[in-house]
Design a binder for this molecule. Structure first.
Ligand SMILES: Nc1ncnc2c1ncn2[C@@H]1O[C@H](COP(=O)(O)OP(=O)(O)OP(=O)(O)O)[C@@H](O)[C@H]1O
Length: 600
């Protein structure tokens, strides 16, 4: 009942006057057939009694009622569409508010949460239409049944209760079917999500190259259709059960109707009741039975929808995966960021990634983090940004545990280029300004950020400069100038400009910022980064040790712990893992004599 109240509240807030309109027209639509039946009775009786004027009047009233019924259908359809639109808008707004309120990644990476999310989205998609149909169909059926039930009781006090009782097994069966249907929806959701994944992959322009080159089209299409077939098999099972159950219930209704008709016909044959009464009685019986069947079906549909709404409530009220912390502004970093005995694993079933990391990032120092693939470097960055919480240990910002700091305040202080940075199908200006939305219309700031990474000339030369769309799939709404796709290295610079424009940031984190750059570009980017990092707290992750050597301090992460740290010279003198890595890399660049003795 609490769920129902919450649900009705959502509908009332979202749809307002459209619901009122639908309610009025539903009551009228429910009453109109009752009125028609009585008018038909009057007409037949007037005709038999040869009362001409009265018969004409009844005919006119019947015609007016039929017209009203026709108009009401259109009014109902319009009101339904309006309610659907409004509820869809509201539910999408609530769902995505809840999703953007989730500060961490843990819940988003949870498959069960994703399954529930998909079901919750149905509330805003086909759901409202179904439910409005069910709710108003229920009201209409109730009015219809109410109107004819009196007639039926007057006509046959024995048959009326029989007809009513026959609705009970229907109700039980339909409620059971609706629960089975929702359970099945949850079971096939992983198939549907995978089917959506394959279909989106086949549409994705970034995936298109590999799909074509490796000839993956048929393979992925086959997988997509397999998932769809499996999902449909689940739906088919439920539909077949429904077919069997509903068939049996119709048989029961038929038996009750036959008994009722025999009783009525016998009564009329025995001279009890007029000929006009036969029409009313047959109409009453048919209407009460179909009305009751309607009520039962609508209750079951509403029940199914409410069960789905449970998933919606779960998603919109899921507790945040990162504690809220205090909301006061986080002061500029003056001392250091410190990691103390930080342990982390992504899931209790997984192995530890970090096994007691101790690390200090002093304010104003440029720090470089190196380690083999999978050592946990990016994971450490994600913990500093509070995208995950350490399983054990603490991270402090000038002595304050960051888990006690408001996430948004903490992130204001960080500019970051993730290893898997985003390329947004938006304009060049927007792509940079996403780092600080205040700069969205501030072209000088955008240009300054782009200039820091030698990108200003490139963007200025684009067909519409900073307003050029960085996408071939979308184009700006105001003109039809084709968008542009940047090269990998240019996109990387855009990502760095996005981090750089964040003027509130004290800490600049760069996770493999030059991986996609050519040698000249890498050199120039690292020159820019060196400028940018001077006097600024920064954390650079890179496998290019030549870029790392200028850092104030180099930290080596291995086996989930910090194994070495110091300047390049100190680490080279120590001759540990860093020195070995550096020599291996440097060896690859040595000039070696070729067989003819010439230098190559
Ligand atoms: N979201 C995640 N869920 C589960 N495991 C993850 C996730 N992200 C990373 N891992 C695992 O954590 C370990 C460390 O990954 P991480 O990306 O931090 O390494 P890295 O040092 O940055 O590696 P690379 O140099 O290759 O970028 C890896 O074994 C990886 O499989």
């Amino acid at each position: 009942m609490r769920l129902l109240a919450r649900f009705l509240g959502l509908f009332a807030r979202a749809a307002g006057w459209a619901l009122g309109l639908r309610a009025v027209s539903t009551v009228l639509a429910g009453l109109a057939p009752v009125l028609s039946a009585w008018l038909a009775r009057e007409l037949i009786n007037h005709l038999i009694a040869h009362r001409g004027t009265a018969a004409w009047l009844s005919t006119a009233a019947l015609a007016a009622t039929a017209t009203l019924i026709a108009i009401l259908q259109h009014v109902n359809r319009y009101a339904d569409q309006e309610i659907t639109r409004r509820v869809a808008l509201r539910t999408q707004a609530e769902l995505f508010t809840a999703l953007t309120r989730l500060p961490g990644l843990a819940e988003l990476e949870n498959p069960q949460f994703q399954d529930r999310l998909r079901l919750a989205q149905q509330i805003g998609q086909g759901g409202p239409q179904q439910l409005i149909g069910a709710a108003f169909g229920l009201a209409q059926s109730a009015v219809l049944v109410g109107g004819f039930l009196v007639t039926l009781i007057v006509a046959s006090p024995v048959v009326a209760p029989l007809v009513l009782l026959s609705a009970l097994p229907m109700l039980w069966a339909q409620l059971k079917l609706s629960r089975q249907s929702v359970d099945m929806s949850l079971r096939i959701t992983p198939n549907i999500r995978r089917q959506m994944f394959y279909s989106m992959l086949l549409l994705d322009t970034r995936a298109a190259k590999e799909i074509r080159l490796f000839g993956l089209g048929d393979f992925l299409r086959g997988r997509m259709l397999t998932e769809l077939t499996q999902a449909q098999a689940g739906e088919r099972r439920i539909d077949r059960t429904a077919l069997r159950v509903n068939g049996l219930l119709s048989l029961l209704t038929g038996v009750v109707s036959t008994i009722a008709l025999i009783v009525h016909v016998n009564q009329i044959a025995a001279g009890r009741g007029s000929v006009g009464d036969i029409a009313v009685l047959i109409a009453a019986l048919a209407s009460v039975q179909s009305g009751l069947a309607g009520i039962v079906t609508e209750i079951a549909t509403a029940n199914e929808f409410l069960l789905l709404f449970g998933h919606y409530v779960h998603v919109t009220t899921v507790p945040v995966d990162t504690p809220a912390g205090q909301t006061e502004e986080l002061p500029t970093l003056r001392g250091a960021i410190e990691l103390r005995d930080v342990w982390f694993r992504y899931h209790p079933d997984h192995d530890w990634v970090l096994r007691g990391v101790n690390l200090t990032i002093p304010a104003g120092e440029s720090l470089a983090l190196v380690g083999l693939n999978g050592a946990g470097k990016s994971t450490l960055v994600k913990l500093i940004c509070r995208l995950y919480e350490p399983t054990r240990g603490t991270i402090t910002w000038d002595g304050t545990d960051i888990s006690e700091v408001d996430v948004a305040q903490l992130r204001k202080r960080i500019g970051v280029v993730f290893q898997d940075y985003m390329s947004y199908e938006l304009s060049a200006a927007e792509n940079i300004a996403l780092g600080d939305l205040d700069a969205l219309t501030d072209e000088p700031r955008l240009r300054a950020a782009a200039a820091e990474v030698d990108l200003d000339d490139t963007i200025t030369a684009l067909p519409r400069g900073y307003q050029t769309m960085l996408s071939r799939v979308f184009e700006p709404s105001d003109d039809h100038v084709a968008g542009v796709v940047l090269s990998g290295g240019q996109w990387q610079r855009v990502a760095i400009a996005r981090a750089v424009i964040r003027s509130s940031a004290d800490l600049l984190i760069l996770d493999e910022p030059s991986a996609g750059l050519d040698a000249a570009a890498e050199h120039s980017i690292h020159e820019s980064l060196r400028r940018l990092r001077q006097g600024r707290s920064s954390l650079l992750i890179s496998h290019r040790l030549n870029a790392v050597r200028q850092a104030d301090r180099i930290v080596v992460l291995d086996g989930g712990v910090v194994t070495e740290q110091g300047t390049h010279d100190i680490l080279m003198a120590v001759g540990g893992a860093y020195a070995a890595l550096f020599r291996t890399q440097a060896g690859g660049y040595q000039l070696v004599p070729d067989t003819a003795g010439a230098k190559t």
